[in-house]
Design a protein around this ligand. Sequence first.
Ligand SMILES: N[C@@H](CCC(=O)N[C@@H](CS)C(=O)NCC(=O)O)C(=O)O
Length: 203
Amino acid sequence: MKLYDGGRAPNPRRVRVFLAEKGLTVPVEPVDLGKMAHKSPGYTAINPLQRVPALELDDGTIITESIAICRYFEVLKPEPPLFGTGAKDSALVEMWQRRVELHLLGPVSQVFRHSHPAMKEMEVPQVPAWAESNKPRVAEFLALLDSELKDRRYIAGERYSVADITGLIAIDFMKPAKLAVPDTLGHLKRWYAEVSARPSAQA
Ligand SMILES: N[C@@H](CCC(=O)N[C@@H](CS)C(=O)NCC(=O)O)C(=O)O
């Protein structure tokens, strides 16, 4: 098994944090996005979409999409459960993971990709107006998350889950996107302080 990793990029980090939470170690092959190694013919043969992460199994199967990779490891090692347990809890984790991915990580990524000079080569064409139009989306979703976190410890309930991993990574990715969590969002800040203090957050 081999995990094609992408350094500081947010999606590969989701998988690394997930593995750290599971206490799993997987052989890693770095793919240098700065040098456009993900566009090389070798990596394109692994993932024609030229994106990281990708997981190569011993039988040659390639799994892409961070959450699909995480699900693979969840089945291999169910403890601690990070996708919920039972019908209701699993559905709520799925719901929140998708909400955070679509309404926070997605818009933050669009701000970064369409405004940061380092992304000029990767995001063609860069559309600064699209970066701007994603900023209010980020702000709106952060406010929603803050109000949700008033009544519970973690994003999808009382147990830490993959929804918190996506949330942590999205909020950390706000820094290079030059976005900040407003100080008024105290519940969100309390949650962030807790999840970012977990050892897995160093991954
Ligand atoms: N939906 C994919 C997204 C993968 C993705 O976009 N990865 C970024 C790094 S965070 C990438 O490879 N970007 C290269 C590029 O845009 O050329 C997932 O969840 O893994």
